[in-house]
Design a protein around this ligand. Structure first.
Ligand SMILES: [Zn+2]
Length: 283
C-alpha cells in the first residue's frame, strides 16, 4: 500500500476466461492499488450474441465471479459495475439487421437485468451511455433512450450510473436528464473523462496532464485506466499499474487533497462506498 491509503481504479475490465485478468489485479495490488470497480466487458467480446435481456445474465455472472476472485487478491475490495456497452447498438443495427427501436428495446432489457443485480446487492452500479462516434439520428435517439432507462433505475435503486460517451467537457444536458429521472447529477460518472467536466462526475483517464487539471480544479473526480476495453481503439487504454503510480506522483507533487478526493471522498459520495473502512490494515 501507499502510506495505508486506499487507491481505487474506477473503471477497468478483467477477462474472466483467460485469467490474464487476475494477473492484472496482482500487478495493481503489488504497486499499491487496493480497490477496483470492474466493468463487464462488452457482450460481443465474450462471444455472447444477445437476443433477449436474459442473454446478458452470462456476461454479468462471469463478471461477478472474477470480481470475487479479484477481491481476494486485494487489501481492499473490488465491486462489479454492470450494463450494456453503447457500441452494441451499431453491431445490432449494422451487422444484425435490427431497427434502432428493436436495438433500443434489447439494450433496455439488458439494463433492466443489470439493475436486478444492483437491487440484489450483487453489483454496485450500472453502466450505460451512447456511442462516442457519429451515428444516424435514429440510432442516437435510441441510444439516449437506453441511457435514460439506466437513469430511471439509478433513481429507483439510488445507485450510480457510469457512462461511456462522446469526448466532451460539458455534459450538463445529460446530467439534467438524470435529475429529471430523479437521480442526483453527481451520481452520473463519465468514464474516460478529461480533467474537467460540467455535469456528471469525471472518471479521469490517468495520464499526467488530465490528472494535473483535475487536481488543480479541486472538484470531485475519480481516477481510472479503462484497462482492456474498446476493441475499436487498441492501445487507447492504460495498464493496471497506472493508477497507483499516478497516486504516488500526485503525492510527490503536493496533491494530497486531490488524492483524498479521488480515492476517499468522491467514491463515498458517488457510490456510497467506504474505501478506508474496507482496507484490511484498518481492521
Ligand atoms: Zn471500459
Amino acid at each position: 500500500m501507499i502510506d495505508d491509503r486506499p487507491v481505487l481504479d474506477d473503471h477497468l475490465h478483467l477477462d474472466p476466461d483467460h485469467h490474464r485478468g487476475i494477473d492484472a489485479v496482482r500487478d495493481f495490488a503489488r504497486v499499491g492499488g487496493t480497490h477496483l470497480l470492474v466493468v463487464n466487458k462488452p457482450s460481443w467480446h465474450l462471444g455472447v450474441k444477445a437476443e433477449t435481456g436474459d442473454d446478458f445474465h452470462t456476461v454479468f455472472e462471469r463478471t461477478i465471479e472474477i470480481v470475487e476472485e479479484a477481491s481476494s487478491e486485494l487489501e481492499g475490495q473490488a465491486w462489479p459495475v454492470l450494463g450494456v456497452h453503447p457500441g452494441l447498438i451499431s453491431r445490432l443495427v449494422d451487422d444484425r439487421d435490427f431497427s434502432p427501436e428493436e436495438a433500443r428495446d434489447l439494450m433496455q432489457a439488458g439494463i433492466d437485468v443489470a439493475a436486478e443485480y444492483v437491487s440484489a446487492g450483487e453489483a454496485l452500479a450500472l453502466k450505460s451511455g451512447r456511442p462516442h462516434y457519429e451515428v444516424d439520428d435514429d440510432v442516437w435517439a435510441a441510444s439516449n433512450a437506453v441511457m435514460r432507462r439506466a437513469f430511471e433505475h439509478g433513481a429507483d435503486l439510488e445507485c450510480a450510473v457510469q457512462l461511456h460517451a462522446e469526448a466532451s467537457e460539458d455534459m450538463t444536458a445529460v446530467a439534467d436528464w438524470a435529475e429529471d429521472a430523479g437521480m442526483p447529477a453527481h451520481r452520473v460518472v463519465k468514464h474516460y473523462a478529461s480533467g474537467r467536466l460540467e455535469g456528471p462526475t469525471p472518471s479521469v483517464m490517468s495520464d499526467k496532464d488530465r490528472l494535473e487539471t483535475a487536481a488543480e480544479r479541486g472538484e470531485p473526480f475519480l481516477m481510472e485506466t479503462d484497462y482492456i476495453d474498446d476493441p475499436d481503439r487498441p492501445g487507447a487504454v492504460l495498464g493496471p499499474k497506472t493508477v497507483p503510480r499516478r497516486v504516488r506522483w500526485l503525492l510527490e507533487n503536493g496533491h494530497e487533497e486531490a488524492v483524498e478526493l479521488a480515492h476517499i471522498e468522491t467514491p463515498a459520495d458517488v457510490y456510497g462506498i467506504d474505501t478506508e473502512a474496507t482496507l484490511e490494515s484498518e481492521q
